[in-house]
Design a protein around this ligand. Structure first.
Ligand SMILES: [Zn+2]
Ligand SMILES: [Zn+2]
Length: 183
């Protein structure tokens, strides 16, 4: 039996948290880890008890949803609320942090940022992480063996369909859909 790595374990947890997001623009999850133990988690959503974007639509100003607190901030604030030190901790986040979160992460003593997906990676954020000696590393979520087999099966089916008189676009769309289903 193959064992899941710590990186994959914590990144999976962040992807799971992202499913709790209430903002319809982007679903992000973040897990703060210290000595291989999860100490806090967050997703992007409204303040506790507030209305949700998923119910009322986003509150957009200058092309940003201003209702939500970002996943990284929520995870840090959970630590603040319950008095858990973040000095020297690491964070696993589904998307590359925005500039505001970048600064908050640096200032709270986070030493390593693992992220799954590149997301408008701000050059100033990259620069600040570097200046502050914060390691940034991409950890993509791996597909499980089961998903790999399903995807292979879907691909073989699509290949068969492509031999019929389907258009190139239709075939391509099916590949994209199958890929999304198992990623
Ligand atoms: Zn929103
Ligand atoms: Zn952010």
């Amino acid at each position: 039996m193959s064992r899941i790595s710590w990186d994959q374990y914590f990144m999976s947890q962040s992807h799971l948290l992202a499913l709790r997001s209430t903002c319809t623009r982007l679903a992000v999850g973040a897990t703060i880890v210290r000595e291989k133990r999860m100490i806090a988690g967050g997703y992007n959503g409204s303040i506790a008890g507030g209305v949700h974007c998923s119910d009322e639509g986003c509150y957009v100003i200058d092309n940003h949803c201003v209702r939500t607190i970002h996943a990284e901030m929520n995870a840090l604030l959970q630590c603040a609320k319950f008095g858990v030190p973040t000095e020297g901790a690491e964070i696993y986040v589904t998307h590359f942090p925005c500039l505001q979160c970048c600064k908050a992460l640096i200032q709270s003593g986070i030493k390593t940022v693992y992220y799954a997906v590149d997301y408008k990676n701000h050059p100033y954020a990259v620069d600040l992480f570097k200046q502050a000696n914060v390691k940034i590393q991409q950890v993509e979520l791996e597909r499980t063996e089961d998903d790999k087999q399903k995807l292979e099966f879907m691909s073989s089916l699509i290949k068969k369909l492509a031999e019929t008189n389907m258009s190139e676009e239709e075939v391509q769309a099916l590949y994209i859909k199958a890929d999304r289903l198992f990623s």
